[in-house]
Write a protein that binds this ligand. Structure first.
Ligand SMILES: CC(C)(COP(=O)(O)OP(=O)(O)OC[C@H]1O[C@@H](n2cnc3c(N)ncnc32)[C@H](O)[C@@H]1OP(=O)(O)O)[C@@H](O)C(=O)NCCC(=O)NCCS
Length: 257
């Protein structure tokens, strides 16, 4: 069987009320309960859109009504699909997926054939003590890389490395506290792959890529356990077909970084 390519979906979380209401209808009981627990109406709507859109993409890819997908959490908290509508479907098994959200945006990663995927999107914050945080969470050569960029580019460089390392950890279901242990070759050029590993023994590995992010944000994906295939990238909208080739969108979206 041919390998199915991994994909990354960018989801704008501030959607019209009718869309929020339709997506709410796709959630399972646990997701509805979690949405209900959020105090702020805006956070509640964003949670519903992130999880409803993720279900709509996964349902399309698995040829299954989104509301029938069963999502369970591993002991480490990492969600995974445990069932679609029909036994033995989709052929080749269920995909792995991962979700990340920050203010008005979410990123969904989907990988097949036993690969694990991690995604991370972060707002590029200018108000952090970047060098203090970098010393705590980054390897010395990564701190040097950040410090070698012009001062105005340092926040972006910081979050470029951060999202790559966090995407790696999320692919493996590890804790963000282990960020300092993630090392390797970060992508040197936009769109290029980087080989990441968990130090010191390096038994956990993954390939990471920067992905186009909304203005003022940084985003990355990491894939473990398969060939280093760069994921296709699509901006999610309610009417999108999961069969649509996303390359044209990828080029267009890359321009609004
Ligand atoms: C998972 C973690 C890396 C997420 O970081 P974050 O920057 O706060 O959040 P992001 O928006 O990027 O990702 C959150 C999403 O990742 C997914 N997620 C949750 N736990 C995860 C894990 N262990 N690995 C990968 N993905 C995870 C979920 O889909 C979650 O969104 P949801 O709660 O709305 O479903 C971070 O919270 C962490 O380190 N958690 C520790 C997990 C832990 O210690 N578990 C111990 C067992 S209780």
């Amino acid at each position: 069987m041919t390998q199915r390519p991994p994909s990354v979906w960018r989801i704008a979380l501030d959607q019209p009320p009718a869309t929020v209401s339709r997506l709410h209808g796709l959630l399972d009981l646990r997701e509805r309960w979690r949405a209900q627990q959020l105090a702020s109406p805006a956070d509640r709507r964003r949670y519903i859109v992130a999880h409803g859109a993720a279900r709509s993409v996964l349902g399309g890819l698995c040829d299954c009504p989104p509301g029938l997908l069963a999502v369970r959490r591993e002991p480490d908290g990492r969600p995974r699909l445990t069932a679609a509508a029909r036994p033995g479907h989709p052929p080749g098994g269920l995909p792995d997926f991962n979700l990340s959200h920050t203010d008005g945006w979410a990123l969904l990663g989907v990988a097949w054939d036993g690969c694990r995927i991690g995604v991370d999107v972060e707002r590029v914050r200018e108000d952090l003590d970047l060098s203090g945080v970098a010393r705590r969470f980054f390897q010395p050569h990564e701190v040097r890389l950040i410090n070698s960029s012009p001062p105005t580019d340092r926040p972006r460089e910081f979050f470029r490395l951060w999202t790559l390392k966090e995407a790696f950890l999320k692919a493996h279901g590890r804790r963000v506290g282990e960020l300092a242990e993630v090392t390797g070759d970060v992508p040197g050029e936009p769109g290029g792959p980087g080989a990441l590993r968990l130090a010191p023994d390096g038994t956990l590995t993954a390939t990471g890529w920067e992905v186009p992010a909304p203005a003022g944000h940084s985003a990355a994906v990491a894939i473990a356990g398969g060939p280093a295939t760069r994921p296709m990238y699509t901006a999610w909208s309610e009417d999108i077909s999961t069969d649509e080739a996303p390359t044209a969108r990828q080029d267009r979206d890359a321009t609004d970084r």
